[in-house]
Design a protein around this ligand. Sequence first.
Ligand code: TSX
Ligand code: MN
Length: 590
Amino acid sequence: MTDIAQNSQSKLEALNQWVLEVARLTRPDRIHWCDGSDAENEALIQAMQADGTLIKLNEDTHPNSYLHRSHPDDVARVEHLTFVCTTNRDDAGPNNHWMAPELARQQMDSLFEGCMEGRTMYVVPYCMGPIDSPLSRCGVEITDSAYVVANMRIMTRMGAPALARIERDGSYVKGLHSTGDLNPDRRFIMHFPEELEIQSFGSGYGGNALLGKKCHALRIASHQAQSEGWLAEHMLILGIENPKGDKHYIAAAFPSACGKTNLAMLIPPEGYVRDGWKITTIGDDICWMRPGADGRLYAINPEAGFFGVAPGTSEKSNPNALASLQRDAIFTNVAVTDDNQPWWEGLDKRVPAIDWRGNVYDFNAGKPAAHPNSRFTVSAKQCPSYSPMAEDPQGVPISAIVFGGRRASLVPLVFEARDWTHGVLVGAAMGSETTAAATGAVGVMRRDPMAMKPFCGYNFADYFAHWLSFDQANAKLPKVFHVNWFRKGDAGDFLWPGFGDNMRVLEWMLKRVAGEVDSQETPIGHLPKIEDVNLEGVELSQEAREKLFGYDREGWRHEFASIGEYLDEYGPRMPEALKDEQKATARSLG
Ligand code: TSX
Ligand code: MN
């Protein structure tokens, strides 16, 4: 046996040992190693239809598509039950719930003990990112949920090719998941970034159970990225092609309920399409990027599918998403029509027959028929705007990073950061107003740095320092922008049309990247000169023009005082350079 063969055999041997160790603890009736084949998927879907996990939808309108109804108490991520278990508490930071690793393991061992009795244990090898990309990373999820397997097959490169890469790489993230009895009192999502391990018990919901997504690709990967010199971000990636055929790529971070998936799949206004502009989609949720040999940041989408919020997705808000959902999709917690088609609020004017819990829908009860966090799972390949570059192992070069939030007041439509450090401050200070879809009060501003508040696997102060560290002499970093599609007028109306018209803002960003236009310099950054934004075909009132393209010194003075207080919450680990940037801006606001 050659050294290499011996080595790879021992790597799989280690995986085998871990699987057996988990089986000794959880005591499943069967162990199934997933190969990702069509035959395997069909057998799983058959079994899930037989036991009621999946309900077949209308084959004529939605071929090969299924509905899953989760336990009604298991419909969303559970931040208060999500922990980052680092040796030192400060490494997790005030932005995470922390538990000592030994205590967390003890607690999880007792939950996992015997939890798979009578069940099948699935071993799911997966790769986050194109199989042959140096930016990709692998994992193995052990789960007792066939629904998780079916979703992981869509969301990741799952099965035999991933196992082969694991055999080559040797390293992978170990994820252990059981739905347990779905008791919310016995539910925990534990991360052990130092050991590249995840343990999740008591939930079957996507963000808690599809461990490749938020747990691996964001929490564990952000920690790994910090030590390896790259970035794991909660960002969509889109491509823009101009009439000359130049291609640019933009990565953008938004908190929930800002329409990230809609922006990733944007269809430009008619005039732009006629002139030869094109938007392509690389990803809608997660972006891994690292500096290339030329100093630019190169990005991949580690996912292979979309796990999107259904409500609000319509022919008007996102035709590309709807087109993606015509076949081979899994719907979770949506309503159905009388002819068994999936339905959700905002889709169209039909009235559904059955609500997300499986009860006859009572229109007069005034409650939504689909759960507000109901989801679709679908392969990215089914999206008409999906870019072939999403499969490129080298990734795509990023020309602009965009941060955004839902802000009814103060924040203009778009501004550009002065430089990288200022850009990091813009990302660190970003926030969004809560909507009815989230729990709690509506319209309250919450800071959500880089949209990573629930997903950064380490101390935010160290995370900002890591971002600042990319500003090297040979770096050709993207320009950083901030956008707000949600500015309201005094009458409470949205001032910007949004959706496809956001293309006009993206075009201005590219003009800035190319150095084709100058700007209004203000203490908060570069605002567009209104004549440099193509507003042909949009009607904006005088109030809209002033509020979207102007800046309110007095309001920003208050905002910067609040940003200063926010940074101070992270204590002495907060990088001086960021605090200095905040102070300098505060001073120039007078
Ligand atoms: O996704 C949105 N985007 C980004 C699209 C590429 N939404 C939906 C947010 C909920 C997830 C938006 N909502 C956007 C937006 O740009 N803007 C708005 C606010 C808005 C809503 C309705 C209208 C205009 C703005 N106008 C009419 O309905 C006619
Ligand atoms: Mn997300």
